[in-house]
Structures are given as structure tokens and as C-alpha cells.
Write a protein that binds this ligand. Sequence first.
Ligand SMILES: [Zn+2]
Ligand SMILES: [Zn+2]
Length: 118
Amino acid sequence: MSSDYYGTSAAYARKEQGYREKALKLYPWVCGRCSREFVYSNLRELTVHHVDHDHTNNPEDGSNWELLCLFCHDHEHEKYTEHDNQMGSVIKAGDNDHVAATFNPFADLKAMMEKGKK
Ligand SMILES: [Zn+2]
Ligand SMILES: [Zn+2]
């Protein structure tokens, strides 16, 4: 599993258990974005989002937790990924960002410097 923030990997699931249980006790089982309500039978679709995106920041009062459904949680993280990678420009759903990830801003610079040497 490459995507870890739902607690899909074994190690993460173990780590998640503590705060997920606490968050579910602390907050009503409702998605903080779309207000979808959850019951035991579909509770696994309700996830714990970390407001500051730091999974290791788990204050007992729950101030860093937000309960979000899978869809809204996904959306919440996409927002930040777009912002970080593209500084505001929009990545269409389904696009991958390999171009952005492998773009080397120094490639041109290196070429210029090598030209200058000759
Ligand atoms: Zn939702
Ligand atoms: Zn999250």
C-alpha cells in the first residue's frame, strides 16, 4: 500500500488505533466536511484527519483531529498536494505529477555553465 494516511499499512494501523479510538469517542461520527453520518457498519469509511498533517501530533484533547469520510479526507490532502507541488495551479483528477516531480530546475543552469566554460 503506498497511501498511508488511512492507516492501511500494518505498522500504521497499529499506531493509528490509539488515536482513532480516542477521536471516535471524543467526536460524533459525522464527517466534518460533508456532514455524512456514520454507524458501526460503515465506520471504517470514517477516518481521522490530522489538522496540521502531522500524524505524530496527537494531543489528548483531540485538537489536532478531525473526522472525515474517505472522500473528503482524500480531497483535503489533494488540496495540500496541489498547493505544495504547483503553487496554486490545479492538477486534474487522474493526472500524475511526475513531470513536476522530476523537473530539474538546474538542468538549464548546468548547460549554460558548461557552455560558458568552452
Ligand atoms: Zn465527507
Ligand atoms: Zn488527513
